[in-house]
Design a protein around this ligand. Sequence first.
Ligand SMILES: *[C@@H]1O[C@H](CO)[C@@H](O)[C@H](O)[C@H]1NC(C)=O
Ligand SMILES: *[C@@H]1O[C@H](CO)[C@@H](O)[C@H](O)[C@H]1NC(C)=O
Ligand SMILES: *[C@@H]1O[C@H](CO)[C@@H](O)[C@H](O)[C@H]1NC(C)=O
Length: 254
Amino acid sequence: MASSLGLPLVVIVAAALACSQCLGQSPTAPGPAPAGPVNLTAILEKAGQYTTFMRLLTSTQVGIQIANQVNTSTEGMTVFAPTDNAFQNLKPGTLNGLSTQEQVQLILYHVLSKFNNFDNFETISNPVRTQATGQDGEAFSLTIVSIGNRQVNVSSGMVTTQLNNALRENFPLAVYQVDKVLLPPALFGAKSPKSSPATSATKPKTGDSKSDQAQSPATHSADTEAPANGVYGFKTMGIGFLAMVGTLTTALLF
Ligand SMILES: *[C@@H]1O[C@H](CO)[C@@H](O)[C@H](O)[C@H]1NC(C)=O
Ligand SMILES: *[C@@H]1O[C@H](CO)[C@@H](O)[C@H](O)[C@H]1NC(C)=O
Ligand SMILES: *[C@@H]1O[C@H](CO)[C@@H](O)[C@H](O)[C@H]1NC(C)=O
């Protein structure tokens, strides 16, 4: 009796171990590169809460410029995408107070001509040039400081905000949520007549819950995560079931 049940138990335990090893690798296995051209609009649309930024990408034609550059650049690109909440927290009239050219500069200030994932930010050297340039061609720059554990602070000198949510982090395009519009001092600084929005930039935010909402679309946008989690869930369930069978078998044996 004991020997006839003992063998199946060994088989079950062995199967459970083998199963945990074979399936356990899949969540960390690199997924296939996403097919087709990288589409910033589609990324922002999917993530939600970026309607103002998308509208500005279109009206300033920076969106088209980014699409072309992502396609052709060997260095890739990084985009800091301000949420709708970030734009709402600007002093009223801030955007309308800008000329078309200044709106282009503001949007390009959120774009780097180089791909950066969270690891790259740890070794980036400051100041970091953005794609925005002044009248005489000098680049508007940002200060980017990694404070560890996938947390990075970005500062324009007038506004500091933390990157903690990547909408996309795969070459050639990285897209990060920013909860404040990065205001370039060249447009909004003390020397500029448009200095007033600076005060609103330091105003405490009311919508911190927004960043929580952003977590779930970001998770879904990671192409390989969802199926991996599914497999993992199935694996856990399977092991649980096998463990139960094992316990029952053991109970029967003794
Ligand atoms: C990018 O995605 C948007 C929104 O899904 C779509 O309207 C647009 O046609 C796409 N562009 C390209 C070049 O695929
Ligand atoms: C990017 O490249 C793809 C494939 O090479 C092409 O279909 C697409 O039209 C290009 N998009 C832009 C904006 O150049
Ligand atoms: C990073 O930014 C946050 C606010 O966005 C600020 O509270 C914090 O002090 C900053 N940390 C550093 C090291 O600059």
